[in-house]
Every structure is written in structure tokens, then in C-alpha cells.
Ligand binder design. Structure first.
Ligand code: FMN
Length: 183
């Protein structure tokens, strides 16, 4: 199956990227194909509220670096999303990315209300400076909820908080690998 990952941090070696990539290592070991989008390196515009997706029951028509993503998502069996926490929220570029999924819901009569196949397995990986691991859990759940509203099935949320270790053999990395392996 295809596993699509969207990584939000500008830190290549920061915890959110490293832990998400450990999920992907597990997924590859399980035989899955992995496609990675690194939002910080991409030109991704916000939703233009043009309404084309709503009128035409289609994916977002914007010609930016998310263009190939929609096909990958329609083919995906799993979506792995990672982001750092900025100002008590998901970092800005990942909110912008999330907003673009507006195109996947519809209220056209006679059409399915969600335009992507149901059951895409969803994993969220977040990192925050505050060592209170559950401090922002509601925020992470709210964010992933937008994907669950598109009939995706949440598997787990991994939170790296404060100085939690994320080196090889650490609890977080073991959980991450197992999550990927069991997709
Ligand atoms: C602009 C900015 C705002 C931040 N705001 C918060 C915050 O409100 N709460 C928090 O716990 N950590 C905050 N942090 C810390 C990051 O969430 C933390 O360093 C995280 O581990 C970064 O993950 P990454 O290296 O995977 O990107 C902030 C960092 C930056 C750069």
C-alpha cells in the first residue's frame, strides 16, 4: 500500500521529522511504498476560496507544489503527518496544508459528501518545547479531526515533549517504528 507522509518542520533532524521518519522506516520494512512531502521546502499556497472544487466536485486546482499530492492521497492507505508546535498551535505551513483539504468535502446533491476513499489510516507526530506531554493534546486532536472528518481512521498520536529522548531504542522511537510496521 502507499503511505503518504507530510512533514512540517524546518528542522531536518528535529524530533518531529526524526520520529515521523521512524514510522516510515517501519512502514517500508512492512513492504509499503512511502511518498514524502516536506512542506517547508515546498511552495504551498493557502486555500483561495475560489469554490471550483465545490462546483465541480474536484481536487484543488491550484498549480503549486501540492498538485501531485492529491493523486497520491487518493491512492494512499495511510497518511503520516508531523509538525512542531508553534505558539501553542500546529505550525503555520501545516495549517495551510490542512486548509487545502476543503476540496475533499462536498454538499452537491447526489454526490458522496467526502471525495476521498474512506479508511485511510492516520498517524500524527507532534513536537513541543513544553515537557507537559498532554498540554496541547486537544490542539493535536482538533487538527487531526479535520482529516478524520474526511473519513480517515486515526491510529495514534505521538507527542514529543520537552527533552524526551528520541534516539535509537527510546520509547518514542520504538512506538514509532511499531506503528509503521503495523500499518
Ligand atoms: C516560533 C516558535 C514557537 C514555539 N511555540 C511553542 C509553544 O507555544 N509551546 C511549546 O511547547 N513549544 C513551542 N516551541 C518549541 C517547539 O515546539 C519545539 O522546539 C519543538 O521540539 C520543535 O520541533 P521540531 O524540531 O521537530 O521542529 C516554539 C518554537 C518556535 C520556533
Amino acid at each position: 500500500m502507499k503511505v503518504v507522509a507530510v512533514l512540517g518542520s524546518p528542522h531536518a533532524d528535529g524530533p518531529s521529522n526524526v520520529i515521523a521518519k521512524e514510522v516510515l522506516r517501519g512502514a517500508k520494512e512492512a513492504g509499503h511504498d512511502v511518498v514524502i512531502y516536506e512542506i517547508n521546502k515546498m511552495n504551498v499556497k493557502g486555500c483561495q476560496a475560489c469554490g471550483v472544487c465545490k462546483k465541480n466536485y474536484c481536487d484543488c486546482i491550484q498549480n503549486d507544489d501540492l498538485k501531485p499530492y492529491w493523486k497520491d492521497l487518493h491512492e494512499a492507505g495511510a497518511l503520516v503527518i508531523s509538525a512542531p508546535n508553534y505558539c501553542s498551535q500546529i505550525c503555520g505551513p501545516m495549517i495551510t496544508y490542512m486548509n487545502r483539504h476543503y476540496c475533499l468535502v462536498s454538499n452537491l446533491p447526489g454526490k458522496a459528501p467526502v471525495r476521498v476513499h474512506p479508511g485511510i489510516k492516520l498517524i500524527g507526530v507532534f513536537s513541543q518545547g513544553w515537557d507537559k506531554a498532554d498540554a496541547y493534546l486537544d490542539t493535536y486532536k482538533w487538527y487531526l479531526g479535520d482529516f478524520q472528518n474526511r473519513d480517515m481512521e486515526l491510529q495514534d498520536i505521538l507527542v514529543h515533549a520537552g527533552n524526551m529522548p528520541y534516539d535509537e531504542g527510546s520509547e518514542l522511537m520504538t512506538r514509532a517504528y511499531e506503528l509503521g510496521k503495523n500499518l
